[in-house]
Design a protein around this ligand. Structure first.
Ligand code: THU
Length: 160
């Protein structure tokens, strides 16, 4: 028997201004996208922004539905929109943020497992690491240099 550890490296920035200008800009786009959230049930308004290798930035926000499972997270809305609008263009980075009128969100939003699994596929297809930036409405920014730090022991197409 052997106990193992999985290390998930990430960087924390206390202020948006400390980030690379292009990352800071992507996070600002995510904040902007969160204004369009359609979240009447959870009132948790999420915004995501994806930057592609051709410089395009594609936004997404969460979209809920009275039949709850029919809704979709902001990250997947942004990633799917980017794949639909720019097929074959590699992804470089994804930023995610959230706000709520009912409570302060001052810690980074953690993408759900399903979004992480989609990030894995996006990273594989892009053939380069996907940078993931997470922030709340305010507060620190967590930066992951690749999806493996967010999704250990990932399911890959090589298993099929
Ligand atoms: N949500 C996202 O859009 N992204 C996340 O990373 C976490 C959760 C949405 C789904 C739902 O509309 C609301 O937030 C509450 O779960």
């Amino acid at each position: 028997m052997k106990k193992e550890r999985f290390i998930c490296p990430y960087t924390v920035y206390d202020h948006l201004e400390e980030l690379d200008p292009s990352d800071g800009e992507l996070l600002r786009h995510a904040h902007e996208a969160a204004r369009n959230a359609y979240a009447p049930y959870s009132k948790f308004n999420v915004g995501a922004a994806v930057r592609l290798a051709n410089g395009a930035v594609v936004l997404g926000n969460n979209i809920e539905n009275a039949a709850y499972p029919s809704g979709l997270c902001a990250e997947r809305v942004a990633m799917f929109a980017a794949m639909a609008q720019y097929p074959g263009v590699p992804f470089e980075a994804l930023a995610v943020t959230a706000w709520s009128a009912t409570k302060a969100i001052d810690e980074p939003v953690a993408p759900c497992g399903a979004c992480r699994q989609v990030m894995v596929e996006v990273e594989q297809v892009s053939k380069k690491p996907l940078r993931v930036l997470c922030q709340g409405d305010t507060g620190p920014v967590m930066v992951f240099d690749g999806v493996e730090s967010l999704m250990p022991f990932i399911f890959l197409d090589k298993f099929l």
